[in-house]
Write a protein that binds this ligand. Structure first.
Ligand code: SAH
Ligand code: SF4
Ligand code: F3S
Length: 439
C-alpha cells in the first residue's frame, strides 16, 4: 500500500455534501487513492463546494488561491472541484483558476474515477439519466456510530432566492431497497443512528416493493433493522409534511423527537414573494399537528432576514411567528442575491437594515434555544456517545433532542447509549451524570 496515492477532501455546505464527499472518496479508493487529513502529503485535492450564499461560493476561490503555491511545489498534484459551485460555474472555474484539473457536478460523481484515469483538464456537469448512487460501488466505510444516508436529491420548489434547483437538479428519490441495503450495511458496522438526507427529504417517493413509498413508509421499514436505534431526517419542506409522517412521530420510537422545518419568514407577503406556497398560518397549524403527535418534539427552522421588499412590519411578523412557536434550534441568514434566481433581480434591502434585522433575529433565536436547553436541567435523557470529550474521562454524545451532552464516564465507549441526568446547560451544550447503560 506504500505506493497508494493520497486524497485530501475538503467539504463545504450542507450534510449532503458530507455524504457525497465520503462516497467520492470511496469511489476514488477503487482508483488507488487513500484519504489523508494532511493537505501537504496530498496527490489529489478535492474541494466539495457550496453555492447557497455568496460567502460560501467565495471560499472556493480563496482556497484555490492557496493551492497555487502547493501545486507549484508539487506539479503532479491534481485539483478537483465538485459540488454546487462546480455545477453552477462549470468550465468557468477552469478559465478562472489554472490550478484546477477537474470540475465535476453533483450528478456526475460516479464518473469521477474515469475522469481521473483519463487525465488532462475536464468538466462534467451533466445530469445523466442513471442514478449516481446506484452506479457507485456499495458503501463500505462508516465513521462511527452515526451516519448520513442520502435518500432524495434535488428540488422542484424553486423558492425565489435559492440556487439548489439549478445546482442539484430535479427531485429524484432512490429506490427503497437500495436505501434499506445501505442502512443494513451501516448497522452491521455498528452504526446506531442514521440521518436520512434530502433537499426535500419529506417529498421522498421512492420505488418500493408493491408501489411507491413515502418517507413514513421508509422510516417504518428502517426501524425494523436490528441495531438501528435512532432515525432522523433533514431537510423538510412544510408543504410535504404528510399525515402519515406526522403520525410516525407519534408512534415510531426510533424516530427522534426533533424536526427541522424551515419557514424562512413569518410574513405572508414575503412568503408569497419567496414562492414558498405556505402562509404563516398554515405553518403554525402544521406545528400544532406535529406537537399533538409528539408533544416533546424540538423544533428547528431556517430564516432569511432582508429578503427584497421586506418591510419592518414584515420583519416584525417573523419575530411574532418565532415567539409563537418557540424554536429549540435555528439557522438564520442575511439574504444573499444569487445569480440566476428571480429574487436577485429585485431591489435589495439596505445592507445596514438587513444586518440589524439579522442581529435581532439571532438574539431572539439564541434566547429561545437557551431557554429550551435550560429547561432540560434535572431531566433524564438518552445519549449516544460519539467521541471522547476534552477532559479526561469525559464522553460527548447527542441526546434524543440533538443536544450535545458532556458526560463524565471513564468507562464510556463510543457507540454506547446511556441514560444521563442533565445537571447543567451552557451556550451550546448540556452536561450531565450517567445513570445507567443500554436504556
Ligand atoms: N432544502 C432546504 C434548504 C436548503 S438551503 C429547505 O428548503 O429548507 C438552507 C437554507 O439556506 C435555506 O433554508 C435558507 O434559509 C437559506 N438560503 C438559501 N438561499 C439563500 C439566499 N440566497 N440567501 C440567504 N439564505 C439562503
Ligand atoms: Fe431551495 Fe426552496 Fe428547494 Fe429548499 S425548497 S432547496 S429553499 S428551492
Ligand atoms: Fe450548498 Fe449545494 Fe448543499 S448549494 S447547501 S452544497 S445543496
Amino acid at each position: 500500500m506504500t505506493d497508494a496515492k493520497k486524497l485530501f477532501v475538503k467539504t463545504y455546505g450542507c450534510q449532503m455534501n458530507v455524504y457525497d464527499s465520503d462516497r467520492m472518496a470511496e469511489a476514488l479508493g477503487g482508483a488507488g487513492y487513500v484519504t489523508t487529513e494532511l493537505l501537504d502529503e496530498a496527490d489529489m485535492v478535492l474541494l466539495n463546494t457550496c453555492h447557497i450564499r455568496e460567502k460560501a461560493s467565495e471560499k472556493l476561490y480563496s482556497d484555490l488561491g492557496r493551492l497555487r503555491a502547493l501545486k507549484a511545489a508539487k506539479p503532479g498534484l491534481k485539483v478537483g472541484v465538485a459540488g454546487c459551485v462546480a455545477q453552477a460555474e462549470g468550465a468557468e472555474i477552469l478559465r478562472r483558476s489554472p490550478v484546477v484539473d477537474l470540475v465535476v457536478g453533483p450528478q456526475a460523481y460516479h464518473r469521477l474515477p474515469e475522469m481521473v484515469k483519463a487525465g488532462g483538464r475536464q468538466v462534467d456537469t451533466d445530469f445523466p439519466v442513471e442514478d449516481k448512487f446506484s452506479s457507485l460501488p456499495d458503501r463500505k466505510v462508516s465513521r462511527g456510530p452515526t451516519a448520513f444516508l442520502t435518500v432524495q436529491e434535488g428540488c422542484d420548489k424553486f423558492c425565489a432566492f435559492c440556487v439548489v434547483p439549478y445546482t442539484r437538479g430535479a427531485e429524484v428519490s432512490r429506490p427503497a431497497a437500495r436505501i434499506l441495503d445501505e442502512a443494513r450495511g451501516l448497522a452491521a458496522q455498528g452504526v446506531r443512528e442514521i440521518t436520512l438526507l434530502g433537499q426535500n427529504v419529506n417529498a421522498y417517493h421512492g420505488e418500493g416493493p408493491h408501489g411507491v413509498w413515502g418517507l413514513a413508509r421508509l422510516l417504518r421499514a428502517l426501524a425494523e433493522i436490528d441495531g438501528l436505534e435512532r432515525l432522523r431526517y433533514t431537510t423538510s419542506h412544510p408543504n410535504d409534511m404528510e399525515d402519515d409522517l406526522i403520525a410516525a412521530h407519534g408512534d415510531l420510537p426510533q424516530l427522534m423527537p426533533y424536526l427541522h422545518l424551515p419557514v424562512q419568514s413569518g410574513s405572508d407577503r414575503i412568503l408569497k414573494a419567496m414562492n414558498r406556497k405556505h402562509t404563516a398560518e398554515t405553518y403554525l397549524r402544521l406545528i400544532d399537528r406535529v406537537r399533538a403527535a409528539r408533544p416533546d418534539i424540538l423544533l428547528s427552522s431556517d430564516f432569511i432576514a432582508g429578503f427584497p421588499g421586506e418591510t419592518d412590519a414584515d420583519f416584525r411578523a417573523t419575530l411574532d411567528l418565532i415567539r409563537t412557536v418557540g424554536f429549540g434550534q435555528a439557522y438564520s441568514f442575511k439574504y444573499s442575491p444569487r445569480p440566476g434566481t428571480p429574487a436577485a433581480e429585485k431591489t435589495p434591502v439596505a445592507a445596514e437594515v438587513a444586518d440589524a434585522r439579522l442581529q435581532e433575529l439571532q438574539a431572539l433565536l439564541t434566547a429561545q434555544q437557551r431557554a429550551v436547553q435550560d429547561a432540560m436541567i434535572g431531566r433524564d435523557v438518552t445519549v449516544l456517545y460519539e467521541k471522547p470529550g476534552r477532559m479526561p474521562g469525559q464522553m460527548i454524545g447527542k441526546s434524543d433532542h440533538l443536544h450535545a451532552v458532556h458526560v463524565g464516564d471513564p468507562q464510556g465507549r463510543i457507540g454506547q447509549l446511556v441514560r444521563v441526568r442533565v445537571l447543567a446547560s451552557s451556550s451550546n451544550s448540556l452536561a450531565g451524570g450517567k445513570l445507567s447503560e443500554n436504556p
